[in-house]
Design a protein around this ligand. Structure first.
Ligand SMILES: Cc1cc2nc3c(=O)[nH]c(=O)nc-3n(C[C@H](O)[C@H](O)[C@H](O)COP(=O)(O)OP(=O)(O)OC[C@H]3O[C@@H](n4cnc5c(N)ncnc54)[C@H](O)[C@@H]3O)c2cc1C
Length: 389
């Protein structure tokens, strides 16, 4: 490892760290991107949509949207397949999303369930559907590789197999201690090491204990309904909400087949992948509690996607880091945490925000773009975290 002093050392070359190194290197900073792993861990797909119910996250997604375009242009490849995304559910379950889309001017269509069913034969929809045509599905591995490659092509150094043990704050910067007693100095350190961040920053910044969600996925490789229609299916999020469903049906009473789960669907080449995530739980909690989820996903497909055969499909279950999104700076140390459940969708925008924070630490005056002006960064601060606990 080089012993030169860097402007910024980024610890963790996942999607977040790579996006941060890309942003900083593009701005002409001397950057070192470190990861203990030799191979990128990321895989799978992620729904990328500009509109979210939460206003602050929506602004982050809009910022990301711009940078997805820049990344695809620079990388010379399509990373997000433009599928559109439909979020559907009872009226009440969609209200926060619709309100935010209206105030943020994100383009969307509002359909009734039957209108959506006419548009996408083979899918059954809840009471109302919100369509975001600008949404798509990202290839996680390709995105991760593109972010790293672009960081390096803009001049960042990349060191893989470098296990960071701790960060030490110096008078004029920070020292990153790497395995085998080696170290590297920088004016600012950005830590995006996922669940390992708290250990790396022990004694420097207090971070909340890691949490995880369990994501169960089932995949149907061939869907008959898709071969008989010219219109591919969109990505979807079914905001199933039994309480809102029951109250909307009034005297009719709840529909017996109403799904038990919130389900996400991501189109594949000729099929679809269904996913369900549990609520966040402390790291190491009992996975047995999730046994019924695969069966519920099968029941969901039978009820809401009648052309989809998932029988025989092996569920894949993965643990992903969870917890609130934290993008903040404490002196010479910047942290980017809680990105695990958001996947890569927000990474290009988060990289810009973390690069801004690192430049604040370097004393570089901010050049803030119009969309960044809208972003309420205080929502992602450590102080906001302390008040929400
Ligand atoms: C099993 C699994 C399945 C997933 N599936 C999907 C999916 O389908 N779609 C999706 O969008 N996302 C998926 N993700 C999430 C995604 O990979 C990332 O978690 C997310 O993109 C956030 O990235 P990140 O860079 O913040 O964190 P991470 O991807 O967790 O990256 C953190 C990096 O820090 C490195 N690191 C940790 N400790 C140290 C240390 N001490 N020294 C040096 N380096 C260190 C790690 O090696 C890692 O590369 C999945 C994650 C997991 C674990």
């Amino acid at each position: 490892m080089t012993r030169d002093r860097y402007d910024v050392v980024v610890v963790g070359a996942g999607a977040t760290g790579s996006a941060t190194a890309w942003a900083l290197a593009r701005r002409g900073r001397r950057v070192l991107l470190l990861d203990r792993a030799e191979e990128p861990p990321a895989h799978g797909r992620d729904v990328v949509r500009p509109g979210h119910a939460d206003v602050a996250r929506c602004h982050l997604a809009l910022l990301s949207h711009q940078w997805w375009n820049v990344l695809e242009h620079e990388a010379g490849e399509r990373l997000v397949e433009p599928t559109g995304c439909v979020e559907h559910g009872p009226v009440e379950a969609l209200r926060p999303l619709v309100e935010t889309l209206l105030v943020t001017s994100v383009p969307f269509e509002y359909l009734t369930g039957p209108e959506a069913e006419q548009r996408w034969p083979g899918m059954r929809f809840d009471d109302r559907a919100v369509v975001q045509p600008a949404a798509g599905v990202a290839d996680v591995a390709a995105t991760h590789a593109a972010l790293r490659r672009q960081a390096v092509s803009h001049g960042a150094d990349l060191a893989l197999g470098a296990d960071v043990r701790r960060v030490e704050v110096l008078d004029d910067g920070a020292r990153v201690h790497v395995d085998a007693g080696d170290h590297v100095d920088a004016s600012v350190v950005v830590v995006c090491a996922g669940a390992a961040s708290a250990a790396v920053l022990e004694g420097v910044v207090d971070l909340p204990p890691a949490q995880v969600v369990r994501e169960t996925r089932l995949r149907a490789d061939h869907v008959e309904a898709l071969s008989s229609t010219a219109r591919p299916w969109p990505a979807f999020v079914h905001r199933a909400d039994p309480v809102a469903h029951r109250s909307a049906r009034g005297e009719l009473g709840p529909d017996a087949g109403y799904p038990a789960l919130r389900v996400r669907g991501e189109p594949t080449a000729q099929g679809v992948e269904l996913a369900h995530r549990t609520a966040p739980a402390p790291l190491g909690s009992d996975p047995a509690a999730e046994d019924g989820v695969a069966a519920d996903l099968l029941a969901y497909a039978a009820q809401c996607l009648p052309g989809v055969t998932l029988d025989g499909a092996e569920p894949s279950v993965a643990e992903r880091a969870a917890g609130p999104l934290v993008l903040d700076r404490v002196g010479r140390v910047v942290v980017g945490l809680g990105t695990g459940v958001h996947g890569v969708a927000l990474a290009p925008g988060i990289g810009q925000v973390l690069a801004d924070l690192a430049e604040d630490g370097l004393g570089v005056p901010r050049q803030v773009g119009a969309d960044e002006d809208e972003l309420d960064r205080s929502r992602f601060s450590l102080a906001a975290l302390a008040t929400s606990v």
